[in-house]
Write a protein that binds this ligand. Structure first.
Ligand code: HMG
Ligand code: MG
Length: 301
């Protein structure tokens, strides 16, 4: 496989939908996604139910999915967002067979966004994250660290790449295994991506980085290819191109998994993902998919 896809639809996709999706549909959606060939699925968030009501059932969801039991012989892992120690306690309250393999902590390159998202400055959140990571490591979890607004912030506009590099380094110092570098509002251009990655990759190995593009301005596929050319091999994407962050005004869906897979596969880059199965999985949801492929009646092969 040339690249690994991290499917974030059940979390990033559904967290921003005005319509609450039932537990039953979420389970069916995730079980279908698990058959598509993606390497990881982010299933939910242990965040405040007041902040993000769409993710309030993450505990019950994982108890039903029993990911460590049902998928133990499969080459797939499951992750969930954990913002603080309270979130970590919720993970530990789950039976062992239901705990996600990967805990995802998250901060940002801009204080204004971070305050609105998790009510902490970046500095404050790094302290909280260090505690979560050290606890997670004691129990053998892998940890992924998101850096939101890595390129552009809806409040502070263009972010200095050196600031993002600094946060990436701090997250790695705290013990995070993998970084997910996020264009939260989908405003980064291929030039911005090249500028940031050329700097970051001087200090951090590309195997430590996943790119997390949103497609608000239609540049996510172009940005993924620029990243690939610079050595990145892991990409976050969302089935149907659903998603967005409720605390980032103007942010629309993630790059769609089916469009990204189609673009890579048709460029000779193996993903191991069946794009037709991804399209099928979105049909479970009562939400209109926003991908290019989902609008094409007969995909010419
Ligand atoms: P806060 O209000 O500062 O927290 O929120 P607090 O510690 O003062 O607690 C307030 C209340 O929340 C208390 O309850 C706590 O118990 C409860 P009360 O006494 O009022 O009944 N609480 C919790 N409940 C459940 N689980 C928890 C938890 N923690 C506290 N873990 C907090 C701080 C971080 C909790 C809140 O702001 C929050 O949950 N934010 C989540 C925001 C979020 O999920 N955003 C979307 C995900 S990030 C994203 O989409 C970007 C990404 O995709 C990458 C990209 O695109 O860039 C990852
Ligand atoms: Mg996102």
């Amino acid at each position: 496989m040339n690249i690994k896809i991290v499917e974030v639809g059940p979390r990033d996709g559904l967290q921003n939908e005005p319509q609450l999706i039932s537990l039953d549909l979420k389970i069916k959606f995730i079980e279908k996604l698990a058959e598509t060939g993606v390497g990881c699925i982010e299933v939910g968030s242990f965040v405040s139910p007041k902040a993000v009501p769409q993710m309030a059932d993450t505990d019950t969801l994982l108890m039903n999915l029993k990911v460590r039991e049902k998928y133990k012989d499969r080459n797939i892992s499951f992750s969930a967002l954990v913002p603080n120690m309270k979130g970590f306690e919720r993970v530990m309250n789950l039976p062992e067979n239901s705990r996600p393999h990967i805990l995802a902590v998250f901060t940002a390159s801009s204080d204004t966004f971070n305050k609105r998202n998790i009510n902490m400055t970046v500095q404050e959140s790094l302290k909280v994250i260090a505690e979560v990571v050290s606890s997670a490591k004691k129990y053998g979890f892998e940890v992924r660290g998101y850096i939101s607004t890595a390129f552009w912030c809806p409040y502070e506009k263009k972010i200095d790449p050196r600031r993002t590099l600094n946060i990436c380094e701090k997250l790695l110092e705290s013990g995070v295994d993998e970084l997910s570098v996020g264009d939260t509002i989908g405003r980064a251009s291929p030039k911005d991506v090249k500028e940031l990655l050329e700097l970051v990759l001087r200090y951090i190995h590309p195997s430590k980085i996943s790119m997390h593009f949103h497609n608000t301005y239609g540049m996510a596929i172009a940005n993924s290819f620029v990243s690939y050319d610079l050595g990145i091999r892991t990409f976050d994407s969302s089935a149907g191109g659903l998603g967005g962050c409720p605390f980032a005004p103007g942010a629309s869906g993630n790059v769609s998994t089916e469009d990204l897979v189609f673009a890579f596969e048709n460029s000779g880059i193996k993903t191991g993902v069946d794009f037709a199965k991804v399209i099928e999985s979105t049909k479970i949801l009562p939400i209109k998919p926003r991908s290019a492929l989902s609008n094409i009646q007969n995909i010419i092969m």
